[in-house]
Design a protein around this ligand. Structure first.
Ligand code: ZN
Length: 136
């Protein structure tokens, strides 16, 4: 398993528009993509900061995972995504080491990436996303 960099940091927010204003007006970043991921029940907004991206997540439904996260813990850092060069191998590697997988197989996430989540129970409390850009 080879992890190359942090691909993005996912942040759960209540209001995408209001949050985008903070990142643009206070931090001086530029939102370059807004995308809805229907199977995750979220709308996402992306910013680039060097090689790393910030992904804001707003729930599109009261029963979505991000809505539940905010209900329990409030707005804040939701997950960290690591870029790997082979997501299927990386998942197998994690599975063999007893890591609890949320996604048994990779699936399509925002920005055309192939992604899979590892359960925070197995990762010392951080919801961990693995992703591979197969279009590269
Ligand atoms: Zn993500």
């Amino acid at each position: 398993m080879q992890t190359t960099h942090i691909e993005h940091i996912g942040i759960a927010v209540k209001d995408l528009g209001e949050s985008i204003r903070f990142y643009e007006e206070v931090l001086g970043l530029k939102c370059y993509n807004i995308e809805e991921v229907t199977d995750q029940k979220v709308r996402t907004a992306f910013f680039r900061v060097g090689q790393v991206k910030v992904e804001l997540l707003e729930s599109t439904s009261d029963d979505g995972p991000v809505a539940k996260f905010i209900e329990k813990r409030g707005e804040g850092v939701h997950h960290i995504a690591f870029a790997v060069n082979n997501i299927d191998q990386a998942l197998e590697h994690a599975r063999k080491r007893g890591v609890q997988l949320i996604d048994q197989q990779s699936r399509k996430g925002a920005e055309g990436l192939d992604i899979a989540f590892l359960h925070p129970r197995s990762t010392h409390g951080v919801l961990t996303e693995l992703c591979e850009d197969k279009g590269k």
